[in-house]
Design a protein around this ligand. Structure first.
Ligand SMILES: [Zn+2]
Length: 252
């Protein structure tokens, strides 16, 4: 790191749990953020301000007036622009040291696999189960840690998955595909603006901890926030021995 970076990141470097070594890991790291909406906005802003060296921001949508209540990467002036590009502008303004790659499409198939394989950590900030499951499959197959967040109405969720750790669950173990889960999307449902900020910031926190090797990562635990009472609770869950993604036919 150069002198300016040492100053920019000095409040991280002062933390014993991060220090120069942990900050250097962040500078060397690559994060993939899927979705530049309510969760992806605060998550990507903190990754950039904290100095994650390469951030790939993937989103196929354009900025809409109804997004601005919570999607703080975007501005009124950028309505109609691609969210990935709008986010790229915002992140560069926060921290020009960081390389930001914008992917203005919904990642799927081989493109998704290639991006996941190239990332040190993936943040799932999307709004639909099809993408969540595709991202999970790619993360399990490439053994890339996955920080998953969700926010709807006043309810928030957070879970971290790390298939480098043998016998730990994946997203599919928690929410089986085609299971009894209703698809509710912010696109049509209400969502309390700062709730996406709380969960997205927590996703950034877990991702930065994973990168820096600071603290502990709670695997097999789903955190649930009731934004009306501000009560947090957590539910433990284990690997599903019949999970088609991480258990059956897996070498682990
Ligand atoms: Zn699984």
């Amino acid at each position: 790191m150069n002198d300016e970076q040492l100053l920019r990141y000095s409040r991280h470097i002062l933390l014993d749990e991060i220090g120069i070594e942990g900050q250097q890991r962040m500078v060397n790291a690559r994060a993939l953020v899927i979705g530049a909406g309510g969760l992806g906005s605060p998550a990507a802003l903190y990754l950039a301000s904290a100095g994650v060296g390469r951030i790939t921001l993937a989103d196929g949508d354009t900025v809409d007036l109804t997004n601005l209540q919570r999607q703080i990467l975007h501005t009124h002036e950028r309505i109609g622009e691609l969210k990935a590009r709008s986010g790229q502008v915002a992140l560069r303004q926060i921290n020009p040291e960081v390389r930001v790659d914008a992917i203005a499409s919904r990642l799927a198939g081989e493109a998704l696999a290639a991006q996941v394989a190239d990332a040190d950590v993936v943040l799932d900030c999307c709004d639909n189960f099809a993408t969540r499951h595709a991202v999970n499959r790619a993360c399990v197959s490439h053994r890339t840690p996955l920080v998953s967040g969700a926010a709807i109405r006043f309810a928030g969720q957070l879970a971290v998955f790390d298939s480098r750790q043998h016998g730990t669950p994946c997203y599919h173990c928690l929410f089986p595909e085609g299971g009894d889960v209703d698809e509710v999307r912010c696109a049509v449902m209400g969502v309390f603006a700062p709730l996406t900020g709380i969960i997205g910031a927590m996703q950034a926190a877990e991702a930065l901890k994973l990168i820096a090797g600071a603290g502990e990562t709670n695997l097999g635990r789903l955190w649930l926030l009731d934004g009306l009472s501000m009560d947090w609770r957590s539910v433990k869950f284990g690997q599903d021995p019949s999970c088609p993604v991480c258990a059956l036919g897996s070498v682990s």
